[in-house]
Design a protein around this ligand. Structure first.
Ligand SMILES: O=C(CO)[C@H](O)[C@H](O)COP(=O)(O)O
Length: 218
């Protein structure tokens, strides 16, 4: 399983600083949606230029014009982009087409899909996305009864390649790996830590894989 850090910070300068602190311990550097909105697509290339040995993930959360938005992110240097799992099937297919043309990968973000999630995961997988991100967003995580367990159960059941995002921490990353995820996505547990580098290393160690390898593929 690979470890992806979500650089959910407001400026490119903050993202470059955070990436520098954690890069030794992660495989994939994610530009969070707010960062891309604040800084634009050029931030993708800046992160890639600073860390050419890492996969760069642009969390576009595209809801329409899938081919156009994915094209822009791939041209800017992204290795992977997200399209919303709730988007129109043609939007998802458009992003998949852009991925094929660029030789890069497309991930369907299943955020806000709760009822019927396994069925929709299978549908978007059949449209050709490379994997699905089974995801509880920050607002869903803030509810008092939130746990990661439903995400893991749906990953096990769906039978397609998946990542997990939704407050993954040093305490839960082993269960994400045990569920069969290709990628564990971690934001707040790293960027809110007093020492983000140490937090990333602790999560990597909890995965039992030691230091991050060079990342030609996820
Ligand atoms: O995409 C996101 C929110 O929409 C976050 O990047 C993702 O949820 C990972 O962060 P955290 O570990 O804090 O949940």
């Amino acid at each position: 399983m690979k470890l992806q850090v979500a650089l959910d910070v407001p400026t490119l300068a903050d993202a470059l600083e955070l990436a520098r602190k954690v890069a030794d311990h992660v495989d994939i550097l994610e530009l969070g949606t707010p960062l891309i909105k604040a800084e634009g697509m050029s931030a993708i290339g800046a992160i890639k230029a600073a860390h050419p040995d890492k996969l760069v993930f642009a969390d576009l959360k595209t809801a329409d014009a899938g081919e156009l938005e994915a094209d822009l992110a791939f041209a800017a240097g992204a290795d992977l982009v997200t399209v919303m799992g709730t988007a129109d099937d043609d939007t998802i297919s458009g992003a998949v087409e852009a991925g094929k043309n660029a030789g890069m990968r497309v991930v369907a973000d299943m955020i806000t899909v709760v009822d019927g999630r396994v069925e929709r995961i299978k549908e978007v997988s059949a449209l050709g996305v490379d994997f699905v991100e089974i995801h509880a967003g920050l607002d869903e995580q803030a509810r008092p009864d939130y746990t990661i367990d439903a995400l893991l159960a749906d990953g096990r059941e769906a039978g397609v390649p998946f990542s997990i995002a939704g407050g993954v921490s040093v305490d839960t990353v082993a269960s994400v790996e045990e569920a069969g995820a290709e990628v564990a996505v971690v934001g707040g547990s790293i960027y809110n830590a007093d020492d983000p580098g140490a937090a990333a290393k602790a999560i990597r160690d909890a995965m039992g894989q030691g230091a991050a390898a060079s990342t030609g593929s996820a």
